[in-house]
Design a protein around this ligand. Structure first.
Ligand SMILES: *Cc1c(COP(=O)(O)O)cnc(C)c1O
Length: 422
């Protein structure tokens, strides 16, 4: 970054420090990943300078030949990768993608049934703090108190009671597979649209490691920066008859210009998702999560739902007398990035957050496997036990740095798994 170092040394230093943090931190944030360096190149390319509105060959500014090629490539690759009839790659984020879907087929005040936030849902699924709740009448389904899994009979009962025009499936914190066929059946009975928000698991779906919601859904939304390993930004897949309404809800309905560099990064992510390396990473991500869950369980931690089928492991630290915030802070001091998260039993106690959500996508991307997961279990346990002992946390931190040094992200190109996409 020669130019930046000259134009703004202060900012250059911050970015440099962030590179160091990424290399030396064990990233267990389920909503993050390490995108390959080619994604960073595309994001920083001249494509960022082009102003476009509209869709390929129907633009509102001149000079769009390359921009049209980029967007067309991203759309065609998204459709091919996920077997979707239609794709819109313009949404600025996953939240923007969800809003576009709502406004494409719903009228203000229409009823929607979605998963409740403390049970694993997302803010943009009609939480009181989200504008979505002011536009539409959301009702929420919980997970079962005992199994901590979705109870489809309960979903059906709530659907009968609320008669929603749309049902939303998909979650931010749910380590189990969702029965899309069942969800689609309930939606059909209610004459409701089914939208699946697969933001967290899109990479696992793209690799075929878990079932795809696409054949069962009217709309599927996702973000590209979680397991998908791309840049940022959202995507909506839809059935063909809904394509026009969806496209109009994105532009001009809820967005103006679209960043061409970000659409190009999406196109790249969809290409890379077809490689053997990507499959290996996604497969390893799930194996790692299962190893992590089993190891933490053996070390005496209660795992929400008892295990995992995807990249997430949700640990009930409250049961150990630790708050989610304390656990997050202790782990951060030890060089492990994770986030506190409400667990289903917190729903009855507003304000209480007694879980930590761990994700294995980033660790798998930098080449870590099950052997490393066993080491990570010991490091997490040590950090949580030593949460009030700075010396112990310091010792864990140096072990974490040692582990990270063995698995460089962007430094040391042969060692860097991400540089080796086949
Ligand atoms: C992360 C996430 C999103 C939000 O994506 P943004 O790009 O941050 O707006 C939407 N839905 C779910 C279920 C998510 O987990």
């Amino acid at each position: 970054m020669e130019y930046l170092a000259r134009d703004d040394p202060e900012l250059a230093r911050i970015i440099c420090a962030e590179e160091n943090r990424i290399e030396s931190t064990l990233d267990l944030i389920a909503a993050e990943n390490h995108p390959p360096p080619s994604v960073l190149e595309v994001l920083g390319s001249v494509l960022t300078t082009k102003t476009i509105e509209g869709y390929p060959h129907r633009r509102f500014h001149a000079g769009c030949i390359q921009a049209d090629a980029v967007e067309t490539l991203a759309v065609e690759r998204a459709q091919a990768l996920f077997g979707a009839e239609h794709a819109n790659v313009q949404p600025h984020s996953g939240t923007a993608a969800n809003f576009a879907v709502y406004f494409s087929v719903l009228d203000p005040g229409d009823r929607v049934l979605a998963m409740s936030l403390p049970h694993g849902g997302h803010l943009s699924h009609g939480h009181a703090a989200s504008i979505s709740s002011r536009c539409f009448a959301f009702a929420h389904y919980p997970v079962d108190e005992k199994t901590e899994r979705i109870d489809y009979d309960t979903v059906r009962e709530l659907a009968e009671r609320h008669r929603p025009k749309m049902i939303v499936a998909g979650a931010s914190a749910y380590p189990r597979l969702i029965d899309y066929e069942r969800m689609a059946q309930i939606a059909r009975e209610m004459n409701a649209y089914l939208m699946v928000d697969m933001a967290h698991i899109a990479g696992l779906v793209a690799a075929g490691v878990i079932q795809s919601p696409v054949p069962f859904s009217d709309f599927v939304t996702f973000t590209c920066y979680k397991t998908m390993m791309g840049g940022r930004g959202g995507v909506v897949l839809s059935r063909k008859p809904l394509a026009d309404r969806l496209d109009r809800a994105v532009f001009p309905g809820s967005q103006g210009t679209s960043p061409v560099n970000v659409m190009a990064a999406k196109a790249l992510a969809f290409r890379l998702a077809g490689t053997k390396t990507f499959f290996r990473i996604q497969h390893q991500t799930v194996a790692n999560a299962q190893r992590l869950a089993a190891g933490l369980s053996d070390a005496g931690y209660r795992i929400v739902t008892g295990g995992t089928d995807n990249h997430q492991v949700i640990v009930d630290v409250g049961e150990k007398g630790i708050t989610g915030a304390e656990a997050e802070a202790a782990l951060e001091t030890a060089g492990i990035a994770a986030n506190r998260n409400a667990i289903p039993s917190d729903a009855a106690r507003p304000g209480s957050v007694s879980g930590v959500r761990l994700g294995t996508g980033a660790a798998a991307s930098r080449g870590m496997g099950e052997k490393e997961m066993a080491r990570i279990v010991a490091l997490i346990h040590s950090a949580l036990e030593g949460r009030n002992d700075p010396a112990r946390l310091g010792r864990v931190a140096s072990q974490v740095r040692g582990l990270c040094d063995e698995f460089p992200v962007y430094r040391g190109s042969e060692a860097c798994l991400m540089a080796a996409f086949d």
